[in-house]
Design a protein around this ligand. Structure first.
Ligand SMILES: Cc1cc2nc3c(=O)[nH]c(=O)nc-3n(C[C@H](O)[C@H](O)[C@H](O)COP(=O)(O)OP(=O)(O)OC[C@H]3O[C@@H](n4cnc5c(N)ncnc54)[C@H](O)[C@@H]3O)c2cc1C
Length: 423
C-alpha cells in the first residue's frame, strides 16, 4: 500500500498526466470575445498598451502565479518586468507615469486581471489608489518626491481607509490626527489594507481632532522588509487565511501616537468629499477588472469543453453546454459595452458617481456568475488551481466586496433614482 502511495511519475500515472495536460493546454489562450467589434479602430496607443500587458502576463505572470497563490506569497520577482512594461501609473501624467488614455488604462487592467487578480489588485493599490491619491490631492513637491520611485516600483504604496469597525461606512472613520507643532500625531487602526505590511508609503485617512474633517497623511518607511525600519507607533500584521486574491497581502495596521510631518499631509485632502473623488475613479478600474476575470473564465470554459469528452463526444457538442457558453458571451459583450462607454465618458469629463455604481454593480455581478458557470463546465477540474478558473472564481468574490459592495452600489443608485437615502 505504501509503495502505491509513494508512486512517482512513470509509475502508472503517465497516461493520466498526459490527458490532464491536454485538457489544460489551451485554457489561457485568447479567444474572440469582441463580437460587437468594439476594438475595431482601437487607437494605436491603446492597442499597444494592451499588447504589452498581454506579453507581460503570458511570460511572467501565468507561469508562476498558481504557486504564489497557493502559498499566499507576494510575487516580488515579477516587479522589475511589470515596471519595464512602462504601464505603471495608468492615466497619471508626468513623473515617469504611463499617461495612458482612459481606454488604454482600462484595457490594460482587464488584460492583467485576465491573467491574475492578485497582481492586478497590487497594481490597482499602487497606481490607482495610492499614486492616484497623491496625484489628485498632493502638492507638486510631494508628487516630485514620491511618484517617480512608485512608477519604477522601487517604492510600494498602500491606501489605508477601511477600519475594523468601518467598511461600507468608511466615511465614519475613527482614526484621529492631532496637530503638534510641525507634525501630526495619529491614533487608530485600519483593516484590509492591500500592501499594508510591505509598503514604503502608506496614505492614512484620519479625522482632524480640531475641525472633525477627514484628511490624508503619508507615512514613510525606508525598508518595509526590515523590522528595524518600522516607524515608532506603527504596526502592521498580515491577514492570514484569505481564500481569494491570495498572492497580494492585506494587513491590519495600528497607529499609537504615530508622528507624521506636516510636509507629508496632502494639502488638497480636506474632507471625505476628497476621498470620494479618488474612489469615483478607482471604481471604474474595478469594472475593467471584473471584465478581465470574466474573459479569462470564458476562454478557459470554451477551450475545456472542446477537449473534454463525455458520453462519446466533446461536451461542447451538447446544447446545454452551448447555451451556457452563449449566456456567458452575451453578458461579456454587455460588460464590454459598458466599459468602453465608461472610457469615453471619462475622457469627456461627464462620468458620474451613479454611472460608476451602475458599472461596478453590473460588471461585478455578471463576472461573478460567469466564473461560476465556467467552474461548473470544468467539473471537478474547475476546483483545481492548475485549471485557472478556481483562482478567478475566488478572486471575483473579492472584487464583489471591495470598491463598494453590491448592496452599497444599489443604495447609491437607489438614492439617485428615488431622491431618498436608504443608508
Ligand atoms: C481583499 C480585500 C482588499 C481590500 N483592500 C483595501 C485597501 O487596500 N484599502 C482599504 O482601505 N480597504 C480595502 N478593503 C476593504 C473593502 O473596501 C471593504 O471590505 C468593503 O468596503 C466592505 O466593507 P466590510 O468588509 O467592512 O463589510 P461591511 O461594510 O461590514 O458589510 C457587510 C455586509 O453588510 C452590507 N451592508 C453594509 N451597509 C449596508 C446598508 N446600509 N444596507 C444594506 N446592506 C449593508 C454590505 O453590503 C455587506 O453585504 C479590502 C477588502 C478586501 C476583502
Amino acid at each position: 500500500m505504501s509503495e502505491l502511495l509513494d508512486a512517482g511519475p512513470g509509475t502508472g500515472f503517465a497516461e493520466t498526466d498526459e490527458y490532464l495536460a491536454a485538457l489544460r493546454e489551451r485554457l489561457t489562450v485568447p479567444r474572440d470575445t469582441d463580437y460587437l467589434l468594439l476594438a475595431d479602430g482601437l487607437p494605436d496607443e491603446a492597442a499597444d498598451a494592451r499588447a504589452r500587458m498581454r506579453a507581460f502576463v503570458d511570460a511572467k505572470v501565468l507561469p508562476v502565479i498558481n504557486g504564489y497563490w497557493e502559498r499566499a506569497e507576494f510575487p516580488w520577482e515579477i516587479l522589475p518586468d511589470l515596471a519595464a512594461t512602462g504601464l505603471v501609473g495608468g492615466v497619471i501624467r508626468g513623473h515617469g507615469a504611463a499617461g495612458l488614455s482612459r481606454l488604454a488604462a482600462g484595457l490594460t487592467t482587464a488584460e492583467l486581471a485576465r491573467g491574475d487578480g492578485s497582481v492586478n489588485t497590487f497594481l490597482g493599490v499602487q497606481a490607482n489608489l495610492t499614486m492616484g491619491t497623491i496625484s489628485l490631492l498632493g502638492s507638486d513637491e510631494q508628487k516630485d518626491r514620491w511618484l517617480p520611485g512608485m512608477v519604477r516600483l522601487e517604492r510600494i504604496g498602500a491606501f489605508a481607509l477601511t477600519e475594523p469597525r468601518h467598511g461600507s461606512d468608511s466615511a465614519q472613520l475613527e482614526t484621529t490626527a492631532r496637530r503638534d507643532g510641525d507634525s501630526w500625531i495619529i491614533n487608530g487602526a485600519k483593516r484590509w489594507i492591500g500592501n499594508g505590511s510591505m509598503a514604503h508609503l502608506v496614505v492614512i485617512w484620519a479625522r482632524d481632532e480640531a475641525d472633525g474633517e477627514v484628511k490624508a497623511f503619508v507615512m514613510e518607511r525606508e525598508d518595509p522588509r526590515n523590522p528595524e525600519s518600522m516607524p515608532e507607533g506603527f504596526a502592521a500584521r498580515t491577514i492570514d487565511g484569505k481564500v481569494g486574491k491570495r498572492a497580494i497581502l492585506q494587513a491590519d495596521l495600528a497607529f499609537e501616537n504615530l508622528r507624521v510631518p506636516e510636509e507629508n499631509r496632502l494639502p488638497h485632502a480636506n474632507s471625505f468629499r476628497d476621498t470620494s473623488r479618488v474612489l469615483a475613479t478607482t471604481r471604474g478600474g474595478a469594472s475593467w477588472e471584473a471584465l478581465g476575470h470574466g474573459i479569462a473564465c470564458f476562454e478557459a470554459a470554451v477551450a475545456y469543453t472542446e477537449v473534454r469528452e463525455q458520453f462519446g463526444h466533446p461536451i461542447a457538442n451538447y446544447q446545454l453546454v452551448q447555451a451556457t457558453l452563449a449566456s456567458m458571451l452575451s453578458e461579456l459583450t454587455a460588460m464590454q459595452l459598458l466599459c468602453f462607454r465608461m472610457a469615453e465618458l471619462q475622457e469627456a469629463g461627464t462620468w458620474s458617481g451613479t454611472m460608476a455604481s451602475i458599472a461596478k454593480m453590473h460588471t461585478s455581478n455578471k463576472a461573478r456568475a460567469i466564473a461560476q458557470q465556467a467552474r461548473d463546465l470544468l467539473g471537478g477540474n474547475g476546483l483545481l488551481l492548475d485549471f485557472h478558473v478556481a483562482r478567478h472564481l475566488t478572486d471575483m468574490e473579492v472584487v464583489h466586496t471591495y470598491e463598494g459592495t453590491e448592496f452599497i452600489q444599489s443604495l447609491l443608485i437607489g438614492r439617485k433614482v428615488t431622491g431618498r437615502s436608504a443608508f
